[in-house]
Write a protein that binds this ligand. Structure first.
Ligand code: ADP
Length: 498
C-alpha cells in the first residue's frame, strides 16, 4: 500500500491541509477560516489557539477525506503566513498574547527609532531586509515592552518566540520540538542570512533575549514527530518553509534565474539566485529560499506588489461594474485594448521598486469613448505592468536573464491576464497543472527528508504545465505600452500630502 504526504498550509485568513501522493497530485484537502482581530486602526491580531485548533481540525479532516489512515502518512510538511509573531509559555504551551500578524503596523514607531539609531544599513546587510514593522523583530520588541513581566520571563528562558511554523510544530509535537527553518528565520530581522545564525547585535539592539529564540534548521529536516494522540499516529514533521518560499519550491524553481509570481490580493514575486545572496539596489528584499541542506542556504530576491487582485475586487465592490472577479475576463475581452486608459491602483502607495507611500490610485487617459470594459481591462493590465517592474528590478539586481515566469494564485485563472503578462514581459508565462504550489512545496520538503522523493530531479519531473502563454506582441508595441504605464505611474506618484 502506498503512502502519502500531509501538507499543512497555515495562511493569513484560513488554515488548510492537503494530502499529496507521489505524483504531487492532490488526494484530499480541507480548509477552515478563522477570525481576524483588529483591536485598533492599523493593528491586526490572530488568536494562536484558534490557529492551532483550526489547523489540527483540517489536518484530521483531510486525512479522513483521503480515506487512508494516519499510519500511511509518511511525513508532514508545514508552510505558513510569514513574520506573524507568537510568544508562548514553554511549560504550559499557553500564548502570552495574541499573535501579531505580519500586516500589523503597531511597531512602526520602534522601527523609526531603529533607523534613527543608524541600524538600517546593518539590518540590510545582515538580514537582507529593510527596517519595517512587517518583520517579526519589532513585534517581539513590542510584546517585551508591553506585556507585563514578559521581559523577566524571557530572560529566565520561560517563554518561546516563534513564527507560525514554530508554534504549530511545538503544538503538534506535544511541546517537544521548538524549531524553525532558515526561510522563516530570514523574515524576523534578527537572523544573519550569511552565517545562518541569530545575530547577537541585532538581538541586543531590539532587546530580544537569545533564550527566547528557536533552533534554526534547514527546510527539510527531522524537526520532530506529531504526538500520537493528535492525528492517530506519530508522524515525522520533516518540512518547513514560509509560504512564498514554499511556493517557489513547489514550482520547482531551484536554479538561479528561475522565478515564480503568485497572483492574489497582491503579488509576490521571487527569483532564485542560487547560493548567492544578492543585495538589491532597487528596493527588493534578499531572502533565504527553502533550503534542504544543513549549513547551505539558497537565496532569492523578493518583490511584493500591494494591490493587484484587490483592484479587481474594487471593481466588483467599490465601483460595482463587475459581478465577480471571473467576469473581469469576458468584459476585458470585449474590447481589443484599453483605448489608451491606464489604471494605477496605488490605493495604499506603491511598493517595490518605487516605495512611494504617498502615491495614490489614478486612472488616466479617459475620453468620451471610455467604457467599463476599458477600465476593467486597464485594471488587469496594471497587474501585468507592475509584475514587469518588479521582475525587471530583480533581473537587474541579480544580473540574470529570465527564461520563463511560473505563476500561481487565484488570478492566474484569467487567461487574458496571463496572455497580456507574457506579451508585456516578452517572456513565456507558465501555469502548472497543480495550482496548490505552496502546500506542494511544503510536501516536497517533507518528502525529501524521509526519502519519499529521492531528489529534486524527481520533483522537477513531477512539475507539469497546464498552459504556456507565449508572447505575441511585437517589441515596438510592448515598449510603447510599457512607456505609457511608466508615465501613468509618474502622475500617481507623491499625490497624497503627508
Ligand atoms: P489571496 O490568497 O491573496 O486571498 P487568491 O489566490 O485566492 O488570493 O486570489 C484571489 C484574488 O484574485 C482576488 O483579489 C480576486 O479578485 C483575484 N481573482 C480571482 N479570480 C480572478 C480572475 N478570474 N480574474 C482576475 N482576478 C481574479
Amino acid at each position: 500500500m502506498d503512502s502519502y504526504i500531509l501538507a499543512l498550509d497555515q495562511g493569513t485568513t484560513s488554515s488548510r491541509a492537503i494530502v499529496f501522493d507521489r505524483g504531487g497530485q492532490v488526494v484530499a484537502s480541507a480548509q477552515r477560516e478563522f477570525r481576524q482581530l483588529y483591536p485598533q486602526p492599523g493593528w491586526v491580531e490572530h488568536d494562536p489557539l484558534e490557529i492551532w485548533e483550526s489547523q489540527l481540525a483540517v489536518a484530521r479532516q483531510a486525512i479522513a477525506a483521503a480515506g487512508i489512515g494516519a499510519a500511511r502518512i509518511a511525513a508532514v510538511g508545514i508552510t505558513n503566513q510569514r513574520e506573524t509573531t507568537i510568544v508562548w509559555d514553554r511549560a504550559t504551551g499557553q500564548p502570552v498574547h495574541n499573535a501579531i500578524v505580519w500586516q500589523c503596523r503597531r511597531s512602526a514607531g520602534l522601527c523609526d527609532a531603529l533607523k534613527a539609531g543608524g541600524w538600517e544599513p546593518r539590518v540590510r546587510e545582515r538580514t537582507g531586509l529593510v527596517v519595517d514593522a512587517y518583520f517579526s523583530g519589532t513585534k517581539i520588541q513590542w510584546l517585551l515592552e508591553n506585556v507585563p513581566g514578559l521581559r523577566a520571563r524571557a530572560e529566565r528562558g520561560e517563554v518561546c518566540f516563534g513564527t507560525v511554523d514554530s508554534w504549530l510544530t511545538f503544538k503538534l509535537s506535544g511541546g517537544r520540538a521548538w524549531v524553525t527553518d532558515y526561510s522563516n528565520a530570514s523574515r524576523t530581522m534578527l537572523f544573519n542570512i550569511h552565517r545562518l545564525a541569530w545575530d547577537p547585535d541585532l538581538c541586543a539592539a531590539l532587546g530580544v533575549p537569545a533564550r527566547m529564540l528557536p533552533e534554526v534548521r534547514p527546510s527539510s529536516h527531522p524537526f520532530g514527530r506529531t504526538a500520537g494522540d493528535l492525528l492517530g499516529a506519530e508522524i515525522p514533521i520533516t518540512g518547513i518553509a514560509g509560504d512564498q518560499q514554499a511556493s517557489l519550491f513547489g514550482q520547482a524553481c531551484f536554479q538561479p534565474g528561475t522565478a515564480k509570481n503568485t497572483y492574489g490580493t497582491g503579488c509576490f514575486l521571487l527569483v532564485h539566485t542560487g547560493d548567492r545572496p544578492v543585495a538589491s539596489q532597487t528596493g527588493l528584499l534578499t531572502t533565504v529560499a527553502a533550503s534542504p541542506t544543513e549549513g547551505r542556504a539558497e537565496y532569492a530576491l523578493e518583490g511584493s506588489i500591494f494591490i493587484t487582485g484587490a483592484a479587481i475586487q474594487w471593481l466588483r465592490d467599490g465601483l460595482q461594474i463587475i459581478a465577480d472577479s471571473a467576469e473581469s475576463e469576458p468584459v476585458a475581452a470585449s474590447v481589443p485594448d484599453t483605448g489608451g486608459v491606464y489604471f494605477v491602483p496605488a490605493f495604499v502607495g506603491l511598493g517595490a521598486p518605487h516605495w512611494d507611500m504617498y502615491a495614490r490610485g489614478a486612472i488616466l487617459g479617459l475620453t468620451r469613448g471610455t467604457t467599463r470594459a476599458h477600465l476593467v481591462r486597464a485594471a488587469l493590465e496594471a497587474i501585468a505592468y507592475q509584475t514587469r517592474e518588479v521582475l525587471e528590478a530583480a533581473t537587474f539586481d541579480a544580473r540574470l536573464a529570465l527564461a520563463e515566469l511560473r505563476v500561481d494564485g487565484g488570478a492566474t485563472a484569467n487567461n487574458l491576464l496571463m496572455q497580456f503578462q507574457a506579451d508585456i514581459l516578452g517572456a513565456p508565462v507558465v501555469r502548472p497543472v497543480v495550482k496548490e504550489t505552496t502546500a506542494l512545496g511544503a510536501a516536497y520538503l517533507a518528502g525529501l527528508a524521509v526519502g519519499y522523493w529521492a531528489s529534486r530531479d524527481e520533483i522537477a519531473a513531477n512539475w507539469a504545465a497546464d498552459r504556456r502563454f507565449l508572447p505575441e506582441m511585437n517589441e515596438a508595441e510592448r515598449g510603447h505600452r510599457y512607456a505609457g504605464w511608466r508615465r501613468a505611474v509618474a502622475r500617481a506618484s507623491g499625490w497624497a500630502t503627508p
